[in-house]
Design a protein around this ligand. Structure first.
Ligand code: UD1
Ligand code: CA
Length: 461
């Protein structure tokens, strides 16, 4: 008996069913397995984003262990959560979702713990003219995976490790867990699977036997990249996928012309765009949306989060930059902390141990050493001396410090906000400024020095 009408299959709409109810026992973690991150995003997020980039109809996620946590993490996504109250196996998991599938559609089944599947591989599977397509891969060490029993063109059976004979255990072609099936047929196959196996569960893999009994066409598509289909069962595998993923990001950056001092020592957890002729030294981490202009130099050990960095900027080693924007020609670091709302105009220079928060600085202004600048509006050409502090917090509210163009702030100045410093003024070193300073004024706010002569200090006996 040969299946009829399967040529129509590739025209059918596709729904996606991601299995994510399992416990992830081998992670030994209280966090649901699919929420563990690769490149800063939950494993499940990778799959959801991948399928959303394809032309699919609906995405169902089967949840059980940690269901509430998973749902909460994905509340912003257009997915249908299907509860699986008891984890009776991958077949049982798909059965929970059956009522939500449209009978005339096809369904793409994915395992939530295999996050790096590529859209191109899914697209290739969707082209398969068959009733059931199984994505397989050849593994030098196939231990613990479902083995593929096949003729040239047809998969006859998938045998799990625990049910495999010694001969079957020698087979190196294994089931990745990714399948595409006709919904109507899938329903019929699942109705007949039983828990008569070593695991006592309803195994999705048993639908292959049923399909063969019905004379349906079951094809295997062999993945060429083992990492793409690699599942994560423990932190060792999670770290392997993380390195693999990071390495592909690093390769892409280098192909775009970015000079990475060492592609093995960069971590991108988000979207990083980099202009031409830029260099990134070792051990830098980029999180969220970061854009670097051209000819940017990032020194070793920097962390840059959700920030925009203009052309010709130098970020010296050990700087932490978050939610900041730096215009062209700035120089920051080493050991600088730019916090959210730091806005540096052209050619601003920030030196070691300076913290900047919710503060704008105009063209060419400088704070070279040891300062805290918070809630401040600083004009152009301003020099902030070493040890200057904006006292922005009165214990309840935050207040603003405004410093106009071309002001010189002497070292160790405390600016008690709210306070205003007019254009062209100078503040003497060691001042505590509590009152408004007009333009072109010298402000001195410190105790006068007194010298007592012939002073004999205490001596030890
Ligand atoms: C499964 C396959 C095996 C394949 C391997 C690839 C079955 C029976 N075996 O084995 O052939 O080689 O993946 O990695 O399908 N899940 C549920 N509900 C359940 C059980 C599992 O949602 O009741 C989910 C898990 O959360 C996980 C996925 O299904 O995301 C796979 O389950 P897991 O127990 O890891 O299957 P494997 O033993 O790895
Ligand atoms: Ca698994």
């Amino acid at each position: 008996m040969v299946s009829m009408n399967n040529a129509e299959n590739t025209n059918k709409k596709v729904e996606v069913c991601i299995l994510a109810a399992g416990k992830g026992t081998r992670m030994k973690s209280s966090k649901p397995k699919v929420l563990h991150p690769i490149a800063g995003r939950p494993m499940l997020q990778h799959l959801v984003s991948t399928v959303q980039s394809l032309n699919v109809n609906k995405v169902h996620v089967v949840v059980g262990n940690g269901a509430e946590e998973v749902k909460h993490a994905f509340q912003h996504e257009q997915v249908n959560f299907v509860p699986q109250l008891e984890q009776n196996g991958t077949g049982h998991a798909v059965m929970q979702a059956l009522p939500y599938f449209e009978e005339s559609n096809r369904v793409l089944i994915l395992l939530g713990d295999a996050p790096l599947l590529k859209p191109s591989t899914i697209a290739e599977m969707l082209e398969c003219e068959c009733d059931l397509a199984v994505l397989t891969v050849v593994q030098t060490n196939p231990f613990n995976y479902g083995r593929i029993i096949r003729t040239q063109d047809q998969i006859i059976e998938i045998v799990e490790e625990k049910d495999a004979s010694p001969e079957q255990q020698q087979i190196t072609e294994i089931n990745t867990g990714v399948m595409i099936a006709d919904v109507k047929k899938l329903t019929g196959w699942l109705e007949r699977i039983t828990p008569e196996n070593s695991q006592g569960e309803l195994l999705l893999t048993d639908i292959v036997k049923m399909a063969n009994l019905d004379g349906d066409i079951v094809k295997g598509i062999i993945a060429t990249d083992a990492m793409e289909v690699q599942g994560v069962n423990d932190f060792t595998q999670l770290s392997q996928l993380e390195r693999h993923y990071q390495s592909s990001i690093a390769q892409n950056l280098m192909q775009q012309g970015v000079h990475l001092m060492d592609p093995n020592r960069i971590d991108v957890r988000g979207d990083l765009s980099v202009g031409a002729d830029s260099t990134i030294d070792i051990n830098c981490i980029f999180e969220g949306a970061v854009s670097l202009g051209s000819n940017v130099r990032v020194g070793a050990n920097c962390k840059i989060i959700d920030s925009t960095i203009g052309d010709n900027v130098e970020v010296k080693p050990n700087s932490i930059i978050e939610g900041a924007s730096l215009e062209a020609g700035c120089s920051v670091g080493p050991f600088v902390r730019l916090r959210p709302g730091a806005q540096l105009g052209e050619d601003v220079a920030i030196g070691n141990f300076v913290e900047v928060k919710k503060t704008s600085m105009g063209k060419g202004s400088k704070a070279s050493h040891l300062s805290y600048l918070g809630d401040a509006l600083i004009g152009a050409g301003v020099n902030i001396g070493a040890g200057t502090i904006t006292c922005n917090y009165d214990g309840v509210n935050k207040h603003i410090t405004e410093i106009q163009d071309d002001v010189f702030v002497g070292s160790n100045t405390a600016l008690v906000a709210p306070v205003f410093v007019g254009e062209g003024s100078t503040i003497a070193a060691g001042s505590t400024i509590t009152k408004k300073i007009d333009a072109d004024t010298l402000a001195i706010g410190r105790g006068r020095q007194k010298n007592l002569s012939n002073w004999k200090g205490p001596r030890s006996k």
